[in-house]
Ligand binder design. Structure first.
Ligand code: NAD
Length: 250
């Protein structure tokens, strides 16, 4: 149902962004990939998804401008690129704070600022951002990430109100812990350092906050993004969709 629609997904060379890109492509959207990675691997993804790749670094306004210029007019924009750094506030590296706010929050402002005019003119558009359970809850030592994700939820609501009558919806998706290579690769080291079994690391450490004791699967996020693009979702705007195994219900 998305054929004829062009979808830009930031940070889509791996993990959640790639799953969202795959889900949108499976519905017929022409996908623009963005993100870093091995040249040949990215070429392989482009071939498999019949997609193009614009490799801009989104930690600056200029980088997002390059991306938007390279991507052309987009009907769907998914703000997904993000990064994390964990440190107490008094030791938090200033350049890391700036980078996380730039990538996890400001890049979504820039894609919206540049992308909304076309969507309004068309009378149809979808802006979807990957926020986090940390857009609703805090954890210690994640000051930049939590601030950026709370900000992203606020930005989502604000833009949703501004474009409410133009056929454009603006929402975010807030995952809990998602099963990505990043998470999987932490398990062996944590098993060693804490002298725990794989099972214990998964349930008591990684999934401590997730009542279902199941990781969110990237494909589940892709499916929700696809739903938000449907015409049946035209009245869903300014929403923040938790997909966190019950984490924020507590
Ligand atoms: P990931 O590290 O697998 O993917 C991040 C993507 O962003 C990659 O494609 C990477 O190349 C790209 N990227 C990184 N820096 C960039 C930059 N400066 N400019 C452009 N692209 C850049 O991460 P993921 O786990 O798939 O996370 C994707 C999003 O989901 C992030 O916003 C993250 O905060 C959010 N999230 C993840 C989880 C989780 O458990 N993995 C939970 C909640 C929210």
């Amino acid at each position: 149902f998305l054929s004829g629609k062009r979808a830009l997904v930031t940070g889509s060379t791996s993990g959640i962004g790639l799953a969202i890109a795959r889900s949108l492509a499976a519905e017929g959207a022409e996908v623009i990939l963005n993100g870093f990675g091995d040249k040949d691997e990215i070429a392989g993804l482009c071939k498999a998804l019949d997609a193009t790749h614009v490799g801009a670094d989104l930690t600056s306004a200029k980088g997002v401008e390059e991306l938007m210029e390279g991507a052309g007019d987009c009907d769907i924009i998914v703000n997904n690129a993000g990064m994390q750094h964990v440190a107490p506030v008094e030791e938090f590296p200033v350049d890391m704070w700036d980078k996380i706010i730039a990538l996890n929050l400001s890049s979504a402002f820039h894609t919206a600022r540049l992308g909304v005019p076309y969507m309004k003119k068309q009378g149809w558009g979808r802006i979807i951002s990957t926020a986090s359970a940390h857009s609703l809850r805090a954890s210690p030592f994640k000051s930049a990430y939590v601030s950026a994700k709370h900000g992203l939820a606020g930005l989502t609501k604000t833009i949703a109100l501004e474009v409410a009558q133009s056929g454009v919806t603006v929402n975010c998706i807030s995952p809990g812990y998602v099963w990505t290579p990043l998470v999987e690769n932490q398990i062996p080291d944590t098993m060693k350092s804490r002298k725990m079994s794989r099972e214990e690391v998964m349930n008591d450490i990684l999934l401590a906050k997730q009542p279902t004791k199941r990781f969110v699967q990237p494909e589940e996020i892709g499916a929700l993004a696809v739903f938000l693009c449907r015409d049946e979702a035209a009245n869903i705007t300014g929403s923040n969709y938790s997909i966190d195994g019950g984490w924020t219900a507590e």
